[in-house]
Design a protein around this ligand. Sequence first.
Ligand code: SF4
Length: 388
Amino acid sequence: MSKNSIINSKPESKSFFDKPYFADNLDSGTNTPLLEKIVSLELDDNLSQEDIEIFNKILKGCNDLLKKKVNSHEFKINKYEFFELKFIEKKDIARYLIYRYKYRHFSKKNKIGKFPPCLQIEPTSVCNYRCVMCYQADKSFSNKSEGFMSNMSLDLYKKIIDQVEGKIESITLASRGEPTLNKEFVNMLNYSSNKFLALKMNTNASLLNEKLIHSILSTDIQSIVFSVDAADKETYEKIRVNGKFEKIMKNLNLFAKIRKEHYSKEKHIVKISGVKISDTQSLSEMEQKFKDIADVIAFVPYTEWESAYDNEENDLKHACQELWTRMFVWADGKVNPCDYDYKSTLSKWNVKNKTISEIWNSKEYDSLRQKHLDQKRNTIEPCIRCQN
Ligand code: SF4
């Protein structure tokens, strides 16, 4: 498939936290009052031995930061976590930091727990957009006749949530499709409310209306991410094919108005997040345009999702972190290790006949991890074409 001419960025493999992609007021990563609050926390009696050990490492990292030990090897809270911590109640801080430790450090230590640190659940694989850098631009995926398009039932969604409540802190409602297209989306959100510390949703904002905005903001959802890549109509509509810039601005402004008038005391984090695919996108213009709508404005680096199975083979040797940090449940119940592989070449599992924990700890999943650790990712499709 030939690349759309607006794409002129190179795909990147590094975490976007390491890159100057944020256009917000995140602090530099040292926040003394917050660190002092953390080191004075009393541990919850219900924590497992493993979580106690993790929390002690976190405490050591915080103490090192307070003593300005810059070479400390213990867990350092990064600037995005400092930002999120401002929205976390004191009673939940230890829980939050343990989840972040598992998310960021288990992959470095090749460690897996009983459950993945994060679970992405896709309410639907259908999308009303055909963004140029997205798998939806691949007709062999998005054409109905190809068999990849479906909506998750509320029953299946509830079955998954019941398994992971209290076991996983981070649940994201989104992946290959636009989640609000599923008619059960609000019921899914309501069913998940007050069960997770990091409940998130991603949306292109095209279907927002007063009723949906109230439904979203009246849950305890932590993060609402609007996928918007540009501050001007021309660039936006070139990237977000089928999107109408005026309509998105109207919806986002309505969201901001309702949030301000009715939910200003709630601890939601609103993000505008784009994919940096072109030098015509400007972070400072985004900040200017969306500063009254979002708390965080950021770009994530470009991944060549739109041509995942045709990208050139590479000779990367490192193990892909996705295999230790996240797992994806597609709308039809299929489970996949990542969304680069949007046609599920790597999938051997379905939540209809195995539990989340069984899948995460299965021998097939472990064998995939081991191949990556043995520097044999070049024997696996599509890992051989992926920059992650
Ligand atoms: S295709 Fe392979 S290397 Fe790429 S994200 Fe998925 S598991 Fe990781």
